[in-house]
Write a protein that binds this ligand. Structure first.
Ligand code: ACK
Length: 910
């Protein structure tokens, strides 16, 4: 027990050195010259830990009174030790303490010793008991001596845990009386039992085991222990016939028995185990579960392990062949500590032989060790093919992805077909399955610029294997060269050329069945429902507003970080609805979110969500570092290369193509409504105005400072509100002009009325300075009076791509006569250039007396002859031409058209 003592008034705490000059810490008192001394030193409360007798060892020095100078009348050479027993740590008056003894010194020290500062240390031990409380205090009383108390050690004695005569005796606390013996009954250790009566020992007050009575002996089947020196320390009962030498200084093992270095000295000699027992197999297709019991004989060791040897039985008695690395063992093949294993990836319909072997730590040492094993013969069943491991992406188009994969590692039969499952990423609630007999296929009818998940599985007569893991591929946003794709695919995708001069091979003019279309929020009775259908509600606590970036129609536009749980932080723009709004204003404000939330395209501003459950109401969109395009261009006048400018235009056209594919007409396309990010990516924004125009022609004049965007609006939209994607194309032409002139105001300071009049009279904006001719031609085409003659957005994207790929086509700049400032140029129609219209599908079908199919063709997406030229018989069947004679007639005519196209490279006129 560790004792800490507390100093009481008259005793002082002093640092000293002992006889060996080691530093000591003492409590001292030395008031030998004063009368009536009564100085106490108390310990803390000392717990007995159940001991009934404790011992106190004191170390102290005491001054020889005779050595003191002068009157020694009051000087004492003893001090008293007291104790007080208690169940709780509560200090008591000294008068309640019981005296243990008066302590005198065997050796006292003189002044001479004091001079050397060397103390003569006395050691006295007293015992205390019987104790019955939880703890006690000690106290030392000085009546006028010169004492230094150096240490107080309090301890009790116990009989330690003992193994004797094959019996265990627990750690035991002695009784309270010095002569008392505590009787303890022993417990026979492993493989032994009491002989006649249970063994007993007696624990003395001094902590010694005395008077053994009875003993344990080895049980039947176990022999007495090895009596050699090494083993004497710990007797054990071991199987008979093992290591019987007596009297030797070290044990050697009998034949067939071994010890390894890491075995404890008192461990008996051991031998290899016998074979595993009760081995059984359970076949599941091409997997086998093997199970067995531990061997009858473990050889006296606990480290039994199992190894498996797998062999394939060759047909026609040609012997065995090892299974090879493709077969999997779970958890492993060798060193198994459990008595089972799963063997997977075997071949189907095949005989196997499994050898199950038991080994232990001494198996290796047993020289002539004949392996202990059992054999299991197993036949696997029919099994489905293993999964396809890798799916690769081949040709990627706007609406199609070519896939290829390798046959599964273990086909387990003849592969009849493959199943390809795919769905748009994060829309896995519905998926499509298509089949292929080959290890490749082109998946068609996909959305442009979208990520799809693909999985492939094989089928044999045994059924489907598991699907491969998921592979993620994205369709191309571009209108790519399609020459390498099968014609069926070209037709399905609608890659046709409406304007052969611009784009010989591509232009997606078909709206694919299944492409999502824009839903007018007006179709919802409750506008709030529309908002929550298309926009995610964001908790305002995820948004921090950092600064104001501008003023919007309904309130400030701010920016700051959005931290959605589990997502990485992004910077967002926050449009707010100013306080004091009417219900109508709230609806108009959130209207934009209901529209924007339906779009998902890299060139359309992305809606992150809305805040409607707290105020202010907010619309959260991605943040575009460079703000609106018109301001950005003005700020960076002349700073970009033509290719950079065309890249921006291409982005805007691509966004507009997406909107028109979705059936959405923007109505306010202008550079001020395009936002630019830090990578110069342009995104179409501002989806607020369309409804206002739809609702009220007058309102168009009053929104945005009372101006309808006359300068950006197509004549038919101004004249009779004919807003279509074709009128958006007109506006796009104006945006092109804004971009190429670095944010110049279209028609400069001309009044709206003059603009309307000039356009009406077929005057158009002149080519901006340094504008490539090809771009100006495109602008002019966008400003065709006849809206059907304007290019479609997909054609515009296609042309811009072509210009980007071939920058020399941008070298030729607009003729200076087209650039005369303040002078509008007369519009020369591009007829015969790129916009020659062709005969309609209906007319053609009529001409071959197949007019009855016109509607089916148009419904099937074949609305132009160019698209028709890509059709195959399969496509014909798909649109509903089922009669073989009709198919033949139509196909023959299509072939004629193709020949004609190839020869003339010009629009078809039949
Ligand atoms: O030209 P700007 O800097 O860009 O000023 C206007 C202002 O807010 C009012 O519309 C800017 N703005 C609007 N939406 C965004 C956005 N998503 N990212 C960055 N700026 C934006 C716009």
């Amino acid at each position: 027990l560790v004792l800490t003592v507390e100093l009481w008034v008259m005793w002082e705490e002093i640092g000293e050195v002992d006889e060996d000059y080691a530093p000591i810490h003492t409590y001292q008192v030395c008031r030998v010259m004063e009368q009536n001394q009564n100085n106490w030193l108390h310990t803390n409360w000392i717990l007995t830990e159940g001991a009934q007798r404790v011992y106190i060892e004191l170390k102290f020095t005491l001054r020889d009174c005779n050595s003191l100078p002068g009157g020694v009348g009051t000087c004492k050479e003893t001090f008293n030790m007291y104790y007080y027993e208690t169940d709780e740590d509560r200090a008591m008056k000294e008068s309640r303490y019981i005296k243990v003894d008066t302590i005198a010194a065997d050796e006292s020290f003189t002044e001479l010793d004091l001079g050397d500062r060397v103390m003569k240390l006395n050691t006295e031990v007293r015992d205390l008991g019987p104790l019955s409380r939880k703890g006690f205090y000690l106290a030392f009383q000085d009546l006028g001596a010169c004492i230094a108390l150096v240490s107080v050690r309090v301890f009790y004695k116990r009989c330690p845990f003992l193994v004797k005569s094959l019996a265990e005796f627990p750690d035991t606390i002695p009784g309270s009386e010095a002569s008392q013996l505590v009787e303890v009954v022993g417990h026979c250790i492993n493989n032994s039992m009491p002989l006649y009566e249970p063994p007993r020992m007696h624990c003395s007050a001094d902590g010694e085991w005395l008077v053994p009575i009875g003993k344990c002996v080895c049980a039947g089947g176990f022999g007495t222990v090895c009596r050699c020196q090494v083993l004497l320390k710990g007797e054990v009962c071991i199987p008979i016939n093992v290591a019987r030498q007596t009297g030797a200084t070290s044990c050697s093992c009998e034949d067939e028995y071994h010890k390894i270095d890491s075995d404890p000295p008192n461990m008996a000699c051991t031998r290899p185990p016998s074979a595993p027992r009760n081995a059984i197999s359970n076949v599941n297709e091409t997997s086998v579960f093997l199970e067995w019991s531990i061997p009858m004989e473990t050889g006296g060791r606990k480290d039994v392990r199992y190894n498996i040897l797998c062999s394939r039985v060759l047909p026609d008695g040609r012997g065995l062949e090892e299974c090879g690395p493709n077969v999997r063992f779970l958890p492993r093949r060798v060193g198994l500590s459990n008595t089972s294993v799963m063997v997977a990836d075997l071949q189907s319909h095949t005989n196997y032989s499994f050898l199950l072997e038991a080994v232990n730590g001494v198996s290796e040492m047993a020289k002539d060790y004949t392996k202990q094993y059992v054999t299991l013969n197993v036949t696997t069943n029919q099994a489905a093919p293993s999964p396809v491991s890798v799916v690769r992406k081949g040709y990627t188009g706007k609406s199609s992805i070519g896939l290829s994969w390798a046959e599964p590692d273990r086909p387990n039969g003849i592969i009849l077909e493959y199943e390809i499952k795919y769905f748009e990423k994060e829309q896995d609630s519905s998926y499509t399955i298509i089949k292929s007999k080959e290890t490749e296929m082109v998946v068609e009818g996909l959305k442009a610029s979208s990520v799809y998940i693909f999985q492939v599985r094989a089928r044999t007569s045994a059924g489907y294997g598991a699907f491969s893991r998921r592979f993620e591929f994205q369709t191309s946003p571009y209108c790519e060269y399609t020459g390498t794709i099968q014609s069926t695919m070209a037709a399905r995708c609608g890659f046709v050329c409406l304007r052969p001069k611009w784009c010989h091979v591509c232009s997606a003019a078909v709206k694919f069945p299944g492409v999502r279309t824009y839903i007018d929020p007006l179709t919802y009775e409750d506008p709030n429902q529309a908002v929550h259908e298309f926009a995610q509600e964001i908790d305002v606590s995820f948004i921090s507003i950092e600064r104001i970036i501008g003023a919007g129609e309904f309130g400030e536009v701010c920016c700051g970080p959005l931290r959605l749980p589990g997502k990485r932080e992004i910077q967002v723009a926050i449009k707010t609805l100013k306080a004091g709004y009417t219900e109508q204003q709230r609806r108009d404000f959130l209207w934009e979110a209901s529209i924007m939330g339906q779009f998902n395209h890299p060139n359309i501003i992305r809606l992150e969500g809305v805040v409607t459950k707290s105020k202010p109401v907010m619309i959260i969109t991605e943040y575009m570092e460079n703000g609106s395009l018109d301001t950005f261009l003005k700020k960076n006048d002349g700073q970009f290369t033509v290719i950079q400018l065309v890249g921006m235009l291409r982005g805007i056209a691509s966004g507009m193509r997406y909107l028109s594919d979705m059936g959405y007409v923007h109505r306010d396309l202008a550079a001020r409504n395009i936002l630019v990010n830090s990578n110069l990516v342009c995104k179409v924004s501002d989806f607020g105005l369309s409804r206002v125009l739809e609702d009220d022609a007058e309102a168009a004049y009053t929104t945005r400072g009372g101006k309808i965007p006359i300068r950006w609006t197509a004549p038919e939209a101004i004249a009779y509100r004919k807003f279509t994607s074709a009128s958006d194309v007109w506006s796009y032409g104006i945006v092109m002009w804004e971009v190429m002139s670095y944010g110049e105001r279209p028609y400069w300071e001309m009044s709206n009325q003059d603009v309307i009049k000039a356009v009406e009279e077929n005057y158009r904006l002149p080519g901006p300075m340094d504008c490539p001719e090809a771009l100006y031609h495109l602008m002019m085409d966008c400003w065709q009076r006849e809206r059907t003659n304007r290019p479609k957005f997909d054609e515009i994207v296609c042309l811009l791509d072509k210009l980007i790929r071939n920058p020399s086509s941008l070298k030729k700049l607009v003729n200076s006569s087209h650039r005369v400032s303040n002078l509008l140029v007369e519009h020369a129609s591009a007829e015969g250039d790129c916009s020659a219209r062709t005969k309609s599908v209906g007319e053609w079908l009529d001409s071959i007396k197949m007019g009855r199919y016109t509607e089916l063709f148009v419904e099937g997406g074949y609305s132009s002859l160019e698209m028709v030229t890509q059709m195959t018989s399969e496509d014909l069947r798909r649109v509903g031409v089922n009669l073989a004679g009709h198919q033949k007639k139509i196909i023959t005519s299509i072939q004629e058209m193709r020949v004609h196209m190839n020869n003339t490279n010009s629009p078809i006129n039949i």
